[in-house]
Design a protein around this ligand. Structure first.
Ligand SMILES: O=C([C@@H]1CCCNC1)N1CCCCC1
Length: 328
Protein backbone atom coordinates (compact mmCIF):
# COMPACT_ATOMS: atom_id res chain seq x y z
CA UNK A 1 0.00 0.00 0.00
CA UNK A 2 0.91 3.68 -0.33
CA UNK A 3 -0.69 6.74 1.24
CA UNK A 4 -0.35 10.51 1.05
CA UNK A 5 -1.57 13.28 3.33
CA UNK A 6 -1.25 17.08 3.23
CA UNK A 7 1.19 18.73 5.63
CA UNK A 8 -0.25 22.16 6.45
CA UNK A 9 1.84 24.88 8.15
CA UNK A 10 0.51 26.89 11.10
CA UNK A 11 0.13 29.75 11.78
CA UNK A 12 -0.30 31.49 8.40
CA UNK A 13 2.30 34.15 9.18
CA UNK A 14 5.23 31.76 9.75
CA UNK A 15 5.72 27.97 9.63
CA UNK A 16 5.92 27.14 13.35
CA UNK A 17 4.61 23.61 12.83
CA UNK A 18 3.04 21.34 10.19
CA UNK A 19 -0.08 19.24 10.87
CA UNK A 20 -1.60 16.37 8.91
CA UNK A 21 -4.96 14.56 9.22
CA UNK A 22 -5.17 11.20 11.03
CA UNK A 23 -8.37 9.13 11.22
CA UNK A 24 -9.06 7.43 14.57
CA UNK A 25 -11.65 4.80 15.45
CA UNK A 26 -15.11 3.77 14.22
CA UNK A 27 -16.87 5.89 13.12
CA UNK A 28 -13.80 7.89 12.07
CA UNK A 29 -12.71 10.80 14.23
CA UNK A 30 -10.26 12.89 12.16
CA UNK A 31 -7.68 14.90 14.12
CA UNK A 32 -4.84 17.10 12.84
CA UNK A 33 -1.54 15.97 14.36
CA UNK A 34 2.09 17.09 14.18
CA UNK A 35 4.13 14.33 12.48
CA UNK A 36 7.36 14.20 14.46
CA UNK A 37 10.41 12.24 13.24
CA UNK A 38 12.14 13.24 16.52
CA UNK A 39 9.87 11.23 18.84
CA UNK A 40 7.93 7.94 18.86
CA UNK A 41 4.65 8.37 20.74
CA UNK A 42 1.29 8.73 19.00
CA UNK A 43 -0.77 10.79 21.44
CA UNK A 44 -3.95 12.86 21.14
CA UNK A 45 -6.01 15.39 23.06
CA UNK A 46 -8.98 13.52 24.49
CA UNK A 47 -12.27 13.92 26.29
CA UNK A 48 -10.33 12.96 29.46
CA UNK A 49 -8.59 16.35 29.45
CA UNK A 50 -9.41 19.11 31.94
CA UNK A 51 -11.40 21.86 30.16
CA UNK A 52 -8.76 24.40 31.31
CA UNK A 53 -6.16 22.68 29.10
CA UNK A 54 -8.26 22.70 25.91
CA UNK A 55 -8.50 25.74 23.59
CA UNK A 56 -10.10 24.78 20.30
CA UNK A 57 -8.31 21.49 19.67
CA UNK A 58 -10.47 18.60 18.44
CA UNK A 59 -10.71 15.87 21.11
CA UNK A 60 -10.61 12.09 20.57
CA UNK A 61 -13.44 10.34 22.42
CA UNK A 62 -12.68 6.64 23.00
CA UNK A 63 -16.26 6.03 24.19
CA UNK A 64 -17.47 7.17 20.77
CA UNK A 65 -15.53 4.45 18.97
CA UNK A 66 -16.65 0.81 18.69
CA UNK A 67 -13.05 -0.28 17.96
CA UNK A 68 -11.24 1.29 20.94
CA UNK A 69 -10.00 -1.16 23.59
CA UNK A 70 -8.28 -0.07 26.80
CA UNK A 71 -4.69 -1.31 27.12
CA UNK A 72 -5.11 -2.02 30.84
CA UNK A 73 -2.41 -0.90 33.24
CA UNK A 74 -0.47 1.04 30.60
CA UNK A 75 0.41 4.71 30.92
CA UNK A 76 2.70 7.16 29.15
CA UNK A 77 4.47 10.41 29.94
CA UNK A 78 6.72 12.38 27.61
CA UNK A 79 8.85 15.51 27.96
CA UNK A 80 10.20 17.14 24.81
CA UNK A 81 13.46 19.06 24.44
CA UNK A 82 11.64 22.41 24.65
CA UNK A 83 10.24 21.45 28.08
CA UNK A 84 6.72 20.73 26.81
CA UNK A 85 5.02 17.67 28.32
CA UNK A 86 1.97 15.41 28.04
CA UNK A 87 0.83 12.16 29.69
CA UNK A 88 -2.11 9.79 30.00
CA UNK A 89 -3.41 6.29 29.31
CA UNK A 90 -3.47 3.95 26.28
CA UNK A 91 -6.03 2.26 24.03
CA UNK A 92 -5.66 0.00 21.01
CA UNK A 93 -7.49 1.65 18.13
CA UNK A 94 -7.93 1.70 14.35
CA UNK A 95 -5.61 4.38 12.97
CA UNK A 96 -5.70 5.34 9.28
CA UNK A 97 -3.38 7.78 7.45
CA UNK A 98 -3.80 8.43 3.73
CA UNK A 99 -5.94 5.31 3.42
CA UNK A 100 -3.40 3.05 5.16
CA UNK A 101 -4.95 1.42 8.24
CA UNK A 102 -3.59 -0.42 11.26
CA UNK A 103 -6.37 -2.00 13.31
CA UNK A 104 -4.74 -2.18 16.75
CA UNK A 105 -2.43 0.81 16.99
CA UNK A 106 -1.37 1.87 20.51
CA UNK A 107 -3.08 5.26 20.75
CA UNK A 108 -2.00 7.33 23.71
CA UNK A 109 -4.78 9.48 25.07
CA UNK A 110 -3.78 12.56 27.04
CA UNK A 111 -5.35 13.43 30.35
CA UNK A 112 -2.91 16.33 30.81
CA UNK A 113 -0.68 18.52 28.63
CA UNK A 114 1.61 21.52 29.26
CA UNK A 115 0.82 25.09 28.22
CA UNK A 116 2.75 24.88 24.92
CA UNK A 117 0.20 22.30 23.73
CA UNK A 118 -2.88 23.79 25.43
CA UNK A 119 -2.21 27.14 23.80
CA UNK A 120 -1.75 25.68 20.29
CA UNK A 121 -5.22 25.29 18.73
CA UNK A 122 -3.78 23.95 15.46
CA UNK A 123 -2.61 20.57 16.80
CA UNK A 124 -4.56 17.82 18.58
CA UNK A 125 -1.43 15.82 19.33
CA UNK A 126 1.64 14.18 17.81
CA UNK A 127 2.36 11.19 15.60
CA UNK A 128 5.87 9.95 16.30
CA UNK A 129 7.91 8.81 13.29
CA UNK A 130 11.11 8.17 15.21
CA UNK A 131 12.27 4.66 16.10
CA UNK A 132 10.11 2.71 18.55
CA UNK A 133 12.90 2.46 21.14
CA UNK A 134 11.94 6.05 22.10
CA UNK A 135 8.32 5.16 22.91
CA UNK A 136 7.39 6.10 26.51
CA UNK A 137 4.53 3.65 27.23
CA UNK A 138 5.05 1.57 30.39
CA UNK A 139 5.18 -1.24 31.47
CA UNK A 140 5.54 -2.36 27.80
CA UNK A 141 6.81 0.02 25.14
CA UNK A 142 4.66 0.28 21.99
CA UNK A 143 5.42 0.46 18.27
CA UNK A 144 4.91 3.52 16.10
CA UNK A 145 2.21 3.48 13.43
CA UNK A 146 4.92 3.49 10.73
CA UNK A 147 6.65 0.46 12.31
CA UNK A 148 3.30 -1.36 12.43
CA UNK A 149 2.33 -0.68 8.78
CA UNK A 150 5.88 -1.11 7.41
CA UNK A 151 5.39 -4.71 6.16
CA UNK A 152 2.27 -3.66 4.23
CA UNK A 153 3.95 -0.71 2.46
CA UNK A 154 4.97 -0.94 -1.21
CA UNK A 155 8.41 0.32 -0.12
CA UNK A 156 9.80 0.62 3.46
CA UNK A 157 9.99 4.42 3.31
CA UNK A 158 8.17 7.67 3.97
CA UNK A 159 8.86 10.91 2.13
CA UNK A 160 8.64 14.39 3.64
CA UNK A 161 7.95 17.31 1.30
CA UNK A 162 7.28 20.36 3.50
CA UNK A 163 6.85 23.78 1.88
CA UNK A 164 7.24 27.40 2.98
CA UNK A 165 3.85 29.00 3.73
CA UNK A 166 2.03 26.36 1.66
CA UNK A 167 0.75 22.80 2.17
CA UNK A 168 3.24 20.03 1.41
CA UNK A 169 2.94 16.26 1.76
CA UNK A 170 3.85 13.22 3.81
CA UNK A 171 3.92 10.10 1.58
CA UNK A 172 4.07 6.58 3.04
CA UNK A 173 5.37 3.63 1.00
CA UNK A 174 6.53 5.59 -2.02
CA UNK A 175 8.79 8.34 -3.40
CA UNK A 176 7.06 10.68 -5.89
CA UNK A 177 9.65 11.07 -8.67
CA UNK A 178 7.88 14.23 -9.92
CA UNK A 179 8.32 15.99 -6.53
CA UNK A 180 12.07 16.62 -6.76
CA UNK A 181 14.81 17.69 -9.19
CA UNK A 182 18.00 15.76 -9.94
CA UNK A 183 19.01 12.73 -7.87
CA UNK A 184 18.26 11.78 -4.27
CA UNK A 185 21.52 11.68 -2.29
CA UNK A 186 21.43 9.11 0.53
CA UNK A 187 23.56 8.83 3.64
CA UNK A 188 23.42 6.19 6.41
CA UNK A 189 21.58 6.95 9.65
CA UNK A 190 22.42 5.77 13.16
CA UNK A 191 19.12 4.80 14.82
CA UNK A 192 20.69 3.41 18.02
CA UNK A 193 19.30 6.33 20.06
CA UNK A 194 15.92 6.23 18.28
CA UNK A 195 16.57 9.25 16.06
CA UNK A 196 17.10 9.62 12.32
CA UNK A 197 20.68 10.66 13.03
CA UNK A 198 23.08 11.47 10.18
CA UNK A 199 26.46 13.07 9.52
CA UNK A 200 26.47 15.99 7.11
CA UNK A 201 29.76 16.76 5.35
CA UNK A 202 29.96 20.54 5.84
CA UNK A 203 28.30 23.89 5.15
CA UNK A 204 28.53 27.10 3.18
CA UNK A 205 27.18 30.59 3.86
CA UNK A 206 25.90 32.32 0.73
CA UNK A 207 28.53 32.22 -2.04
CA UNK A 208 31.46 31.81 0.43
CA UNK A 209 33.60 28.65 0.01
CA UNK A 210 32.21 25.34 1.27
CA UNK A 211 33.59 24.41 4.72
CA UNK A 212 34.18 20.63 4.98
CA UNK A 213 33.34 19.62 8.58
CA UNK A 214 31.26 16.76 10.02
CA UNK A 215 27.91 17.95 11.33
CA UNK A 216 26.25 15.32 13.55
CA UNK A 217 22.50 15.99 13.26
CA UNK A 218 19.06 14.47 13.68
CA UNK A 219 16.36 15.04 11.07
CA UNK A 220 13.39 16.27 13.11
CA UNK A 221 10.16 17.38 11.41
CA UNK A 222 8.82 18.35 14.86
CA UNK A 223 11.50 21.00 15.40
CA UNK A 224 10.71 24.31 13.75
CA UNK A 225 14.18 25.72 13.27
CA UNK A 226 17.65 24.66 12.08
CA UNK A 227 19.78 24.24 15.22
CA UNK A 228 23.55 24.19 14.57
CA UNK A 229 26.91 24.47 16.40
CA UNK A 230 27.66 27.98 17.71
CA UNK A 231 30.62 28.54 15.36
CA UNK A 232 28.55 27.82 12.24
CA UNK A 233 25.68 30.02 13.44
CA UNK A 234 28.13 32.84 14.18
CA UNK A 235 29.64 32.50 10.71
CA UNK A 236 26.16 32.70 9.16
CA UNK A 237 25.02 35.85 10.95
CA UNK A 238 28.44 37.49 10.39
CA UNK A 239 27.10 37.90 6.84
CA UNK A 240 23.83 39.52 8.00
CA UNK A 241 24.35 43.25 8.68
CA UNK A 242 22.55 44.38 11.84
CA UNK A 243 22.04 40.85 13.16
CA UNK A 244 22.69 40.15 16.86
CA UNK A 245 22.47 37.46 19.48
CA UNK A 246 19.51 39.23 21.11
CA UNK A 247 20.01 39.38 24.89
CA UNK A 248 16.35 39.07 25.88
CA UNK A 249 15.38 36.38 23.34
CA UNK A 250 18.63 34.44 23.74
CA UNK A 251 18.48 33.98 19.98
CA UNK A 252 19.79 35.61 16.82
CA UNK A 253 17.60 38.36 15.39
CA UNK A 254 18.17 40.58 12.36
CA UNK A 255 16.61 43.63 10.69
CA UNK A 256 13.66 42.45 8.58
CA UNK A 257 15.05 44.66 5.78
CA UNK A 258 18.28 42.60 5.63
CA UNK A 259 18.98 40.44 2.56
CA UNK A 260 19.74 37.00 4.05
CA UNK A 261 22.44 34.79 2.51
CA UNK A 262 21.50 31.22 1.58
CA UNK A 263 22.70 28.33 3.77
CA UNK A 264 24.11 25.22 2.10
CA UNK A 265 24.62 21.85 3.83
CA UNK A 266 26.63 18.94 2.45
CA UNK A 267 25.54 15.33 2.21
CA UNK A 268 28.66 13.65 0.82
CA UNK A 269 29.26 15.59 -2.38
CA UNK A 270 25.59 16.70 -2.61
CA UNK A 271 24.87 20.31 -1.70
CA UNK A 272 21.47 21.16 -0.21
CA UNK A 273 20.65 24.86 -0.55
CA UNK A 274 18.30 26.70 1.81
CA UNK A 275 17.37 30.03 0.15
CA UNK A 276 18.08 33.10 2.31
CA UNK A 277 14.39 33.99 2.44
CA UNK A 278 13.69 30.61 4.12
CA UNK A 279 16.00 31.59 7.02
CA UNK A 280 13.65 34.34 8.16
CA UNK A 281 11.39 32.68 10.75
CA UNK A 282 9.09 35.59 11.48
CA UNK A 283 8.67 39.19 12.55
CA UNK A 284 8.93 39.98 16.26
CA UNK A 285 8.35 43.75 16.03
CA UNK A 286 8.10 46.55 13.44
CA UNK A 287 11.71 46.13 12.29
CA UNK A 288 13.10 42.98 13.91
CA UNK A 289 12.90 39.44 12.55
CA UNK A 290 13.73 36.12 14.25
CA UNK A 291 16.44 33.92 12.71
CA UNK A 292 15.51 30.44 11.44
CA UNK A 293 19.09 29.29 12.14
CA UNK A 294 19.91 29.16 15.86
CA UNK A 295 22.52 27.73 18.22
CA UNK A 296 22.03 24.11 19.28
CA UNK A 297 23.32 25.05 22.76
CA UNK A 298 24.22 22.07 24.95
CA UNK A 299 22.45 19.49 22.75
CA UNK A 300 24.82 16.63 21.79
CA UNK A 301 23.85 17.02 18.13
CA UNK A 302 22.43 19.51 15.62
CA UNK A 303 18.77 19.46 14.61
CA UNK A 304 17.77 19.61 10.94
CA UNK A 305 14.28 20.98 11.53
CA UNK A 306 11.59 22.44 9.27
CA UNK A 307 13.67 25.45 8.10
CA UNK A 308 15.94 22.95 6.32
CA UNK A 309 13.30 20.36 5.42
CA UNK A 310 11.07 22.84 3.58
CA UNK A 311 13.89 23.43 1.04
CA UNK A 312 14.24 19.72 0.24
CA UNK A 313 12.46 16.47 -0.44
CA UNK A 314 13.61 14.11 2.33
CA UNK A 315 13.30 10.31 2.10
CA UNK A 316 13.26 8.42 5.42
CA UNK A 317 14.31 4.91 4.33
CA UNK A 318 13.74 2.42 7.18
CA UNK A 319 14.41 -0.49 4.83
CA UNK A 320 18.04 0.50 4.27
CA UNK A 321 18.54 2.59 7.49
CA UNK A 322 19.38 5.68 5.49
CA UNK A 323 18.05 9.15 4.74
CA UNK A 324 17.98 10.86 1.35
CA UNK A 325 17.88 14.50 0.29
CA UNK A 326 16.93 16.05 -3.04
CA UNK A 327 16.42 19.57 -4.34
CA UNK A 328 13.00 20.66 -5.63
O1 LIG B 1 12.12 16.54 22.26
C1 LIG B 1 12.75 16.53 21.24
C2 LIG B 1 12.13 17.15 19.98
C3 LIG B 1 11.29 18.35 20.34
C4 LIG B 1 10.53 18.86 19.13
C5 LIG B 1 9.76 17.74 18.48
N1 LIG B 1 10.63 16.64 18.14
C6 LIG B 1 11.31 16.07 19.29
N2 LIG B 1 13.94 15.95 21.13
C7 LIG B 1 14.77 16.03 19.92
C8 LIG B 1 16.09 16.69 20.26
C9 LIG B 1 16.77 16.02 21.41
C10 LIG B 1 15.86 15.95 22.61
C11 LIG B 1 14.54 15.29 22.27
Amino acid sequence: STGIVAATPFPAEYDREYVAPVSLGTPAQELNLIFDTGSSDLWVFSTSMPAAQVAGQKLYNPSGSSTSAVLWGHTWSIQYGDGSRSSGTVVNELVTIGGISYASQALEIANGVSAQFSQDPASSGLLGLGFSILNTVIPTSQKTWFDNVLPTLAAPVFTVDLKRAAPGTYTFGAIDASSYAGKIEYTPIDNSNGFWRLQASGYQVGTSPFQPTTIDAIADTGTTLLMLPAAIVKAYYAQVPGSQLHASYGAYTFPCSAKLPSFTFGIGRYRGVIPGAFVSYGRIDATTCYGGIQDQGNLPFSIFGDILMKAQVVVFDAGRTRIGFAAK
